[in-house]
Design a protein around this ligand. Sequence first.
Ligand SMILES: *Cc1c(COP(=O)(O)O)cnc(C)c1O
Length: 415
Amino acid sequence: MEITQQAQLAEEMCAEAFKAFEATARHNGEKVLQSFIDNRVCEHHLKGSNGYGYGDDGRDTLDRVYAQVLGAEAALVRHNFINGTHAITVALFGVLRTGDKLLSVTGKPYDTLCGVINGDSRGGGSLREYGIDYAQVDLLPDSKPDFAAIQRECTDCKAVFVQRSRGYSARKALTVAQIGEIVTAVRQINPAAVIIVDNCYGEFCETLEPTSVGVDLIVGSLIKNPGGGIAETGGYIAGKSDLVEQCACRLTAPGIGSEAGCSLNQNRAMYLGLFYAPEIVANALKTSAFASALFTLMGYTCSPGHDEYRSDLIAAISLNNADGVCAFCEGIQAGSPIDSFITPQPWAMPGYDNDVIMAAGTFTAGASIELSADAPIRDPYTVYLQGGLTFPSGRLGVMSAAKKLLKIDRKDTAF
Ligand SMILES: *Cc1c(COP(=O)(O)O)cnc(C)c1O
């Protein structure tokens, strides 16, 4: 069958999932609009500040808008966070002190965080170098939290770390409800533990964020979901006010915290991006479900399946070998609005153990709320697809990847 016919079929398979994404976007869009109204966002908030940035009303109001949307007491939304890893690093160093223990309850954290936690290069300044202990409870083989082990291990920890999204791994994303169960299990044993969620790729996939189910801090990147494809850089930390301020003191300086730091000309993009974000996330979720349907039809294993519940943007597609991974990424790049003529190559990206190939023909460099694919060149040769600012363009990009893959992999005689 022709790819165009297969794509038509794949889209039909997703009809119910698409309706659910649209309903979530409507709910979250209403929440965002209400927060703009309640916090009296006005024209001058969209203008930035320079120098010390004292009294930057646009910045402070954006913090309040985010806090309300995320169901948090406070938020720190700053373009100065260089990426998600940096924002999470600031949260960890903001909360933890020498002698404390950090417990990850979702197994090995995202690649770039392993160096932050455990890096042994002397002088790098990892948590370990500062005398902060680390322990880990793996997820069960079905990707569910291991509540018995969590309750055994969390007795003496200062902070509990939860990764919502699957990241570059075979596990599935946790739902906000599952994160709520983790909170309950930890609180029974260690009510004082600070529960921190790496919320990257999760924002607006559901109608609640982890801060609404008792989590103390959530952290994410603005060139993923909440930036709506408009924010040019940045990240956020949201949660309990005292903890958010501790993090602000780590980002800037003790005694200064969130009260300084100019917003340059970034406020308008951050407000506008948040305003768009629920709808953009729905488009990315549609692209993700569509890709799972299409590549399942083509005989590849996809996770989650097209009709499985999604609480992050990522579709993991297993492609059998390195050639398949490269062809897929070439196809995504070739079907992108920017740099479509470039051939992505695997490279030794900072913070990752294996060579990584990335396709990102994006308006904002590396923004993975835009259609993009990443794959570490390692067994089982799984490519991680995410993003798509509009479903029609995401659909075309995914079809471009399917076409490239067919050229090198003719094992499936149906094509
Ligand atoms: C993207 C991501 C991060 C942070 O990555 P950056 O590239 O530094 O923004 C952390 N955790 C997860 C699960 C992610 O998806």
